[in-house]
Design a protein around this ligand. Structure first.
Ligand SMILES: [Zn+2]
Ligand SMILES: [Zn+2]
Length: 332
């Protein structure tokens, strides 16, 4: 089968084509696994973190991709998300927090993912795709959407409270659609360095959109940050109301501006019971609840498609910030 494989850790600035198109054997499913014919696979910012070594795959070569839509050998249309497996027995797994399991395995990092024509997957870690969603519409919901859903839940936002979104890529544009649907009295304030993303946010129902360091017309009860750097978090903390919460939806941050952390001003940025919370992985329940919500609410991502062989181009455009909605590979 055709696959795009990652053979070594690389910096996209010096190596703009980190993946190599290759013909590899079709995977053979084990006893608890099934084989999927992959139709679509979303491209996620986390893949840049894998390629550039911030969350490196434990084995190379590996096939990336964790927003996978495919068809089983029995003809069922299913999705695969970042959670490839968890142990099922530890305290975290037993208490609905399988995302925190010490044996958590990630699709497209710890096991091969969906940048390929076929993949194998644990039978109990696939998710039925609602009929109202096309394959391309469903793919970005499996990570960007599901983790946006988890982030919104962890923000503790209640209807009528004000929400800030730092960065406006694949995940936060879905968080905006969710917030607009679930919290009809809530105002959403979007921060982005990109003029076109700000216009995009306003067109999707944001109350206000401005630059990362602009001051919104109202203080915020919660902020969800999806940016890869630290500066936006320092700005977000200044914008929070007393008791407000900053949710960092990022698996890793880049080190490029970490010195701003030493400028933290406790009285204005953290005192008054402000909180910072990270988001780690997703549970199967997050994915399934969100797919259901998306189907009921008609939440569909904006997306653009690429051929599987053009995966490097999609990744490079993501790195350069050329994002409007989600990027999807057509696999087979
Ligand atoms: Zn992802
Ligand atoms: Zn576990």
């Amino acid at each position: 089968m055709n696959a795009q494989i990652l053979e070594r850790i690389a910096d996209l600035r010096s190596n703009p084509t980190p993946l190599r198109g290759a013909s590899v054997p079709e995977p053979i499913p084990g006893p608890d696994e099934i084989l999927l014919r992959v139709t679509r696979c979303g491209v996620c910012h986390t893949e840049l973190d894998e390629i550039e070594g911030r969350t490196p795959p434990p084995r190379l070569p590996v096939i990336l991709g964790h927003q996978v839509v495919g068809v089983t050998e029995t003809g069922q249309r299913v999705g695969v998300a970042w959670i490839a497996s968890a142990c099922g027995e530890c305290d975290f797994c037993q208490s609905g927090q399988e995302n925190l399991c010490p044996q958590f395995q990630a699709t497209g990092r710890d096991v091969d993912g969906g940048y390929a024509e076929y993949m194998k997957v644990r039978a109990d870690f696939v998710h039925p795709i609602p009929d109202s969603l096309s394959d391309s519409e469903a793919a970005p919901l499996l990570c960007a959407g599901a983790i946006g859903y988890r982030s919104l839940r962890l923000s503790n936002l209640r209807d009528g409270q004000s929400l800030g979104l730092m960065g406006f890529g694949g995940s936060n544009h879905l968080a905006l659609k969710m917030a607009v649907h679930q919290y009809t009295r809530t105002q959403v304030f979007v921060f982005s360095r990109s003029e076109s993303e700000r216009e995009f946010a306003l067109s999707l129902g944001a109350t206000w959109a401005g630059g990362i360091d602009e001051v919104p017309p109202s203080a915020l009860d919660a902020v969800i940050d999806t940016t890869p750097v630290w500066g936006p978090d320092m700005e977000a903390l200044k914008r929070l109301k007393p008791g407000g919460r900053l949710v960092i939806n990022a698996i890793r941050k880049q080190d490029t501006d970490r010195e701003v952390l030493s400028t933290l001003d406790y009285p204005s940025q953290l005192w008054m019971e402000k909180e910072i919370k990270s988001v780690a992985n997703v549970t199967r329940q997050d994915v399934r609840e969100f797919l259901q919500l998306a189907a009921e609410a008609g939440i569909k991502p904006e997306f653009q498609e690429y051929e599987l062989k053009d995966a490097n181009q999609a990744l490079l455009e993501m790195k350069q910030g050329k994002i409007r909605g989600a990027k999807i590979l057509r696999c087979r």
